[in-house]
Design a protein around this ligand. Sequence first.
Ligand code: AMP
Length: 417
Amino acid sequence: MIQLIRGFKDILPGEVELWQEVEKTAKSLFDDFGFKEIRIPIMERTELFARSIGEDTDIVEKEMYTFPDRKGDLITLRPEATASVCRSYIQHKLYAADPVRKFYTIGPMFRRERPQKGRYRQFYQINAEIFGVDSPLVDVELIFILNTLFSKLSVPDVTAHINSLGCPDCRPDFKTALSKFLTSVVDDLCSDCVRRKDRNPLRVLDCKVPSCREALKEAPSILDYLCTTCIQHFDTVKNALASLDVPFVVDKRLVRGLDYYTRTTFEMQTHALGAQNAVAGGGRYDGLIKSLGGPDIPATGFAIGLDRLTEIAGLDRSALFKTPDIFIAALGQKSRILAFEWLCALCLKGVETEMEFEDKSLKSQMKQADRVGAHHVLIVGDNEIKEGSVILRNMKTKDQVSIPIENAVENIKAKIS
Ligand code: AMP
């Protein structure tokens, strides 16, 4: 038997209703905040991700699904959505009429990471981006939306972890100080961090290996190096979050894995997830649109991990799983044809209806109705047709009523609602 690929998964009925509910809640929130949906391709030229995410990041170095197409062009299954949304914004000059645009997109991403609980090779994200606004208040708008979504979905115990990564004016000084510090503790770093130290020193701050965390206790903090504008930006973020009652902590270690972030970065963390504690992450990336060949337009955004979010959303799965309103137990060929006509008419009226198409006994059909969780059974036999009425049985209360065949569909609908 052919099995699915390691790190990939099926989302089956029973589970998928929860995904639909989460997506529906997110979409309605985006609507209320004026975001428009954008759908972008699953594959892009490799260059787009290499240039935006950064050549020296884990994603580009070792996690992308990259292959030559039949003509030899290198293409990549998207590992994230922001680069594509920026590409689309630039390519279609969506900034021309008004640079301020708010987008969201939902779909699969691909990273060849080591699979474990909460980490897949095909996983799903809900992404939101706001283009064209410098103000720190839109960073706060994004965190506020995340916080609202998580509370609507009863996700327990979520805190926004926030940090500032500075800007091209102040970050270089911090990088120099950090590199100097890392050289002094190089013997205590893991092999990955020794490599990162020269190529992407900020990433060392994010390492989860205990010996690295210990070695970095005295590392310099980016927050001590911020320029006045970055300090003001970060202060506004903190003050606005506090006045909106959004719980947050300042986390000077938070750097995140992608190169393009500037100033505000954030992660929504919860203990409910175990080791993979981030359910969403994002931040400002003011230089990205320009670096991809577009105009100099600031931007900020987030990505929610849908796999993780559905795992911890406190919604009642069984209440989301719909079972048929009616099961028609038809006895005899003539009844089956009539039952099928009613089935089509009832489904069209929004009454979920099932029936048995084979010649089975009433007992076996009642059992089947029970198995599929039907709320009512409609018993249609040749005798009932002759007498001009059929029986509707409520499976929970066991009450039975007689329904006239004339206008049966209307009568049935009225009875069950
Ligand atoms: P990132 O694009 O790395 O900032 O990730 C944003 C969010 O996507 C994370 O907070 C996770 O919830 C989710 N995520 C990232 N990588 C994976 C993965 N391999 N499997 C499942 N979820 C992931």
